[in-house]
Write a new protein. Sequence first.
Length: 416
Amino acid sequence: MAFEPTPRLPTPRLSKRAVSALREFLRQEAAGGYVLMAAAALALIIANSPWANAYNAVLHFEIGGTIAGLALRESLAHWINDGLMAVFFLLVGLEIKREVLDGQLSKPSHLLLPGVAALGGVAVPALIYSAVNLGTPEHLRGWAIPAATDIAFALGVLSLLGSRVPASLKIFLAAIAILDDLVAILIIAIFYTDQLNGLALVLAGGFTVALIALNRFKVTLLWLYLLLGLALWLCVLKSGIHATLAGVVLAMTIPLRPSRGRPDDPHSPLHQLEHALHKPVAFGIIPLFGLANAGVSFAGMTLATVMAPIPLGVALGLFFGKQAGIFLAAMAVIRLGLADLPLDATVRQLYGVAVLCGIGFTMSLFIGNLAFADPHLLDQVKIGVLGGSVLSAAVGYWLLAGAKSADSPTRSAPMA
């Protein structure tokens, strides 16, 4: 594809600390992606082995008791999806807040290209899934399943290519995935909420106000935020709103800077908590989620099973919808002269990254669990997610492995 360069736009660079923090973020996410791949593969092996019944029995084993008068007895799978994943969403919220206030997404010039691309990458997969499932209205509840990118999985594949992929494209992919997560959070809050418990919502609102007050009064005691956050999570758990959203609310109130500090002070409560959570989430919580949710039996699977509306809609949405939405939206912005290609990148490399964004593993499985309670439908979701994600990973890797970087840096301008 021929490409006529657009005039270079004046784009300010990130501070050295912001660049350093971003590189560390990319490195840990990529390493976590490898562990997630191994966990997903292990789940598939176990689910198709003589240990499958034991695997399912462990996931359905009930744990819990009564805390402060609240009955908290649920299956192990439920605690992973509603409890541990709240910590994952807390980390996602911290990353979003940091990037918006003090990072890659802090300036409109940084936000435009990945922002428009992310919106295209959410809308087109949802439309494809909905089109495939129009004949079965009860399946339309899963329209958001192919809408999000798994940043750890995608960066893990991208890192296998090493220096053959410009660093600017890794930043571009991370920005899209972060914005995807933000949209996914809003979708979960608006469209995947059960019947509401008024008292629990009032109590949750009270704890939220208390957290905001701590922030406004420049309180930097991290343990106090976490204590109120735990109380908030318990209330949200019983409110009808998905409990993981408590992690996002807590993240938005954690101070990015201490009252005496600077905007880029690495010792602010937000940076401290983000740093403390990265490894436990990347190497513990997310792989455990993958192990608990990726297991699907292939016994008796036929072509008709794979071509059923749910798996077909999810797989097509992830593979075709993601790449089309992201690439076409990004190219439209570039052709209009509103943004430039990421530094040292070619159109083929941009397209390859758009294809990789079709890896929707973690968030897609998570939304699938919210959309459908029927185990049979959940298995169909898993088939679609695995198929679309693996295909996106393979084709994206092939496109990027065979691509050459831009001949001259004058053909593109930096993203940051």
